[in-house]
Write a protein that binds this ligand. Structure first.
Ligand SMILES: [Zn+2]
Length: 102
């Protein structure tokens, strides 16, 4: 079954993010009310072969906070050090509001 991957599920309870911004087709970030640093969404390639009944949500969006990162600039977004998601090995920097693969 095809899943709409055009929009991250930014309205999951407890993870409602505002100001959703797109970095790549697979990576977005937004802002939680109670967090200084942004919340990231990525379309996780590691989930693409997992049957729907084994997943909590449709699709492959995975949320990840960045509270351990230093936010050098909020706008344009600049975080240090690089972001690494162990689930699929996606790794990159966010500098000057852009995703830079590492
Ligand atoms: Zn992943």
């Amino acid at each position: 079954m095809a899943v709409d991957r055009s929009t991250p599920p930014s309205e999951w309870p407890g993870l409602e993010t505002s100001g959703l911004a797109k970095l790549t087709d697979d990576i977005y970030f937004g802002w939680l009310d109670h967090e200084t640093n942004p919340l990231f969404w990525h379309w996780c390639a590691a989930l693409e072969n997992v049957p729907a009944e084994h997943k909590v949500h449709d699709g492959c969006w995975v949320a990840a906070g960045t509270s351990a990162h230093q936010m050098v600039s909020r706008s344009p977004l600049h975080l240090e050090p690089s972001l690494l998601w162990q689930c699929c090995g996606t790794h990159g920097f966010v500098r000057n509001g852009e995703w830079i693969p590492a």
